[in-house]
Ligand binder design. Structure first.
Ligand code: HEC
Length: 96
């Protein structure tokens, strides 16, 4: 058995994976801070990239509205607009 290698792998598992899990998956851009503040309280921010490419601007708008009305996300109109602009710019599919 190659003991240094085993030790390295054990260490790599413990040290690297939690850091990777916590890294915000969002690209930089205007509104990113608002998204991080408003959209990470209930679920991981990775919900956003997971749904990107499918969602047109209209659907992102509906998505943010749903988070606010159905789930009670504490986001005011200004923040919602900033969030929608960010999502459409970074994760939006072309409008159909
Ligand atoms: C108050 C809690 C809450 C907040 C804050 C919140 N969400 Fe959600 N979100 C949920 C829940 C609950 C689900 C799972 C809903 C389901 O299963 O349909 C969800 C699911 C999603 C999904 C997956 C698609 C879907 O409709 O199920 C996306 C995308 C999403 N949220 C984006 C956002 C964005 C963008 C924000 C910030 C504007 C946000 N969420 C803020 C509660 C929240």
């Amino acid at each position: 058995m190659n003991r240094p290698l085993v030790r390295f792998l054990l260490l790599a598992c413990c040290v690297i994976s939690p850091a990777a899990a916590q890294r915000a998956p969002l690209p930089p851009g205007p509104g990113k801070d608002v998204v991080e503040a408003g959209c990470a309280t209930c679920h991981s921010l990775s919900y956003i990239p997971m749904n990107s490419r499918f969602l047109t601007p209209e659907v992102w708008k509906a998505e943010v509205t749903k988070m606010r009305t159905a789930f009670g996300a504490p986001i005011d109109d200004d923040a919602a607009n900033a969030i929608i602009a960010y999502l459409v710019a970074n994760f939006g599919a072309p409008s159909k």
